[in-house]
Design a protein around this ligand. Sequence first.
Ligand code: ADP
Length: 660
Amino acid sequence: MPRQPHKSDPEESPIRGRPRRTEDHFRQLVEAVDDYAILLLDPAGRITSWNAGAARVTGFSADEVLGRSHADFYTPEAVSEGVPSRHLQEAARCGRLADEGWCLRKDGSRFWASFTITAVLGSDGKPRCFLVIARDLTLRRDMEKQLREAMDAARREAELRLRESEERFARFTEHLPGLAWIKDLAGRYVYINRAGAQVFGRSPDEICGATDAELFPPETVAQFRENDAHAIAQGIGVQVVEHLVHPDGSVHHSIVSKFPIQDAQGEVRLIGGIAIDITERVRAEEALLLADRRKDEFLATLSHELRNPLAPLRNSLHLLQSHGADSRTERMYGMMEQQLNRMIRLVDDLLEVSRITGGKIELRKEPVSVATVIESAIETSRPLIESASHRLTVMLPDEPLVIEADPVRITQVLSNLLNNAAKYTQEAGSITLSGLRDGDDVVLAVRDNGLGIPANMLPRVFEMFAQVDRTLKRSQGGLGIGLALARSLVEMHGGSITARSEGLNAGSEFVVRLPLSRHRQANPSRAQNIRSSAPGAGLKILVVDDNQDGADTMAMVLQTLGATASVAYDGPSAIAAVRSERPDLVLLDLGMPAMDGYEVAAQIRADPVHRQVRLIALTGFGSEEERRRCREAGFDDHCTKPCDPQRLREILATNVASRE
Ligand code: ADP
């Protein structure tokens, strides 16, 4: 850079006490600096020195500016406000002034300068000159400005996004079909949607900031707190049912999802909740349950009432058949027996429904031979199978299989499956009953080549009252109870039952799986007990029933079984008869007016003279409760009405045995 001529007093160095040669060097050095604009001003502000930096920043060469006023570099506005001379005065007063501001370039453009003005004072304390050092910070300032603007834009964008997100959240929660809220860990509401506020009977503003304790009664608060704590402890939230009394006093049930809300560090800070009112559903369920209970009660009463007239009918028919008749009458007896048995089966099924739904079925388990239950099931179903001319094949393994079961109930299950196979197979069909061991289980399968079951009905046939084709002849169909009953009974034995079919007209297979017993030896089955033709021989029996036909016909049946039977139609005459006749066995109806069977039994038992007499209850429902009461009243056994001949034989056989 060419050395600029120096227009100031050549004799005087502006820096006091510095030798002129050194000063020259210094001046050369300063003039060469081009990062900073360095210039000297005389006391009046005229430029006396101008370095390369100043030339670069402003565009003026030293020749163009030396001798000009420093004020020429200030903007017109600053000049009109007297800023240039104020700067010099300030520097003279304080020694040094630092500031920033707009300055002018040669081409008229402006640059942002950061500058210091240092006053060089003479011995009289007056400025001899001013040293100005300036830097062009336009670029930095522009960058700072751009940065600031970018940051502002980013902040505005973030604020916009946040507002949008909040609006979305608010719209979302306002349109939820329920309540939504957020609480802090002190239980203070920080957000609640309008629906929530309405339910609480306040505005969202009133609720936010309040705690549960300030809004609800103590029981409600305790319920909320417990569930909130549970949700926080779980970490992922919980679903609970909560109850809330609304401002109108009605109790509402809600299914509530409660969940902890974490901050960016994963710390739980808030707890959120969403509640859907399920009061209507709960009420509907309660109404359904009530209706269902009433239906069960109705079925129980109906089947009970239907049983009463069936008992004398069965007894009478049994008596008529035992006397023999011409073939035409025999055929009619046979038909009557068939229809009566069907009726009894339907009523029994009905009664079983009420037992199942009431959980009243009680199993009398014992080690039972699988072969025996199969035999007795076939025995029961044989008439139906034979009447449809089906071929029955039975396949059993050689090894004896023993299950821990109630033989009567498992027989019932198998005979139900056999009856169904017979009912739902065209005449002269083929039915197979097989039993085999599979590990610790026995698998019993009843297969037929009949109507089959469509795939969509397979999972449903075990439901109560489910029937595939309701248009079947009613003489074929039942009530749709048998399989539901079979499944309950099998499951009560710890087993399972499944149905298979390839579809319509492709036959069906029902498979029962039951756990084998630890015992290898079966008890002599109750079903086998009843072989004697006159199991009542030698027994003196009193039949007590307010249904006189029932009592009379039962007495007659007992006589055909070899017993001596008498009757009484009410409690007091029964007690009198026991005293006078000293029977071995009393068949005592429970439901009699004035003095019921329990009381009669209790009075008989109260007299030690009658300790030996065996008391058999004739029950309607055969429920566990009824049996418990029977045991307490001193009964030895019970028989559900109408007492079928097999059961009657069993009772007599047991009592002959107990006398022996
Ligand atoms: P029910 O025989 O009294 O109608 P179940 O509960 O015993 O009642 O059977 C339910 C339904 O399952 C029957 O109505 C019948 O449609 C179907 N089903 C049962 N067993 C068979 C079978 N072996 N073959 C075809 N369909 C059957």
